[in-house]
Design a protein around this ligand. Structure first.
Ligand code: HEM
Ligand code: HEM
Length: 236
């Protein structure tokens, strides 16, 4: 492989987060805030808690699907680390990475699983006042109680994970001088010529495809998932 030459001052711009991932992320944030506000208002607002929950469920199923068929940096196989990779990263031996770093990847997976558990248990939960999740009527009182308890306990875990998520991003910003937020907003990472050597050439050579075709496929998948979830909720 030859030496790649970048003119002084010219940054290498690489698409890391495709539009579907970015929309997933910020819609997820909006819906989670909505679900927390509405459940705290209580009363009839629990209906809005449920709507936010359904939207979150649709987003999560989409994200899991996109983790299988989506662009380079969206794929689970490209960021879920092996033990060795994780160990190297933690001991500071590995190179910088464009997508989720090995430690970040673990937290992403844990967060996605915790949110999935939350959205699914919500479907079977009961507020013991006037609202039941749409699938609660298919299970016994005691099972419903268990789902409600998991839903309540797991919400504490989710708050903790979100706190950790924000702390990690703040740490990268302030201590490591790496802005992770901008790429999650605009999609691209800008690599300064002086930093190119920190990354592996294969990593730098792999951008996430984010063209009309990929975005169209994402929209199609999201629509199908929304219809399926909508059917699950309303047909019951
Ligand atoms: C409700 C709160 C939040 C949740 C549940 C959440 C969840 C997630 C998830 C699941 C990912 C992985 C993205 C993927 O590959 O699908 C992620 C990544 C990310 N989030 Fe959040 N997020 C939240 C709030 C925020 C906020 C407020 C910010 C910005 C200040 C933020 C900044 C980021 C960034 C920069 C990444 C990419 C990290 C990386 O480069 O590896 N998140 N978030
Ligand atoms: C990931 C999405 C969701 C999040 C983050 C979330 C979060 C929460 C939180 C924080 C509470 C308060 C727990 C407590 O202190 O009692 C709660 C309660 C509740 N949620 Fe969710 N929820 C989600 C999805 C859903 C869904 C999809 C439904 C059903 C349609 C649902 C139905 C309920 C019900 C019925 C309660 C009251 C349970 C009780 O009082 O024990 N939630 N949720």
């Amino acid at each position: 492989m030859g030496i790649v030459f970048y003119p002084i001052g010219m940054k290498k711009i690489i698409r890391v987060w495709d539009l579907p991932i970015r929309l997933f992320h910020w819609l997820l944030v909006v819906c989670i805030i909505g679900s927390i506000i509405s459940v705290n208002i209580g009363g009839n607002a629990i209906q809005w808690h449920a709507y936010c929950g359904y939207a979150i469920l649709i987003l999560l199923v989409f994200r899991v699907t996109w983790g299988l068929v989506g662009s380079t940096h969206a794929r689970f196989t490209n960021f879920i680390p092996s033990k060795a990779t994780l160990f190297n990263y933690v001991s500071g031996k590995s190179q910088a990475v464009l997508g989720h770093n090995p430690l970040g990847a673990i937290s992403v997976v844990v967060l996605l699983v915790a949110l999935l558990i939350q959205a699914i248990t919500g479907l079977f939960a009961d507020d013991e006042i006037a609202f039941q999740g749409p699938l609660a009527k298919y299970v016994s009182e005691s099972v419903m109680g268990i789902f409600s308890q998991i839903h309540e306990a797991n919400s504490g875990l989710i708050y903790g994970l979100i706190g950790l998520h924000l702390a990690a991003i703040f740490y990268y910003q302030k201590i490591k001088g790496e802005n992770l937020i901008k790429p999650m907003l605009v999609g691209d990472k800008e690599i300064d010529p002086s930093e190119v050597a920190k990354y592996s050439p294969t990593d730098l050579g792999q951008a996430s495809k984010d063209g009309g075709l990929q975005r169209g496929l994402a929209l199609l998948l999201l629509s199908l998932i929304a219809v399926a979830v909508g059917y699950l909720i309303t047909s019951s």
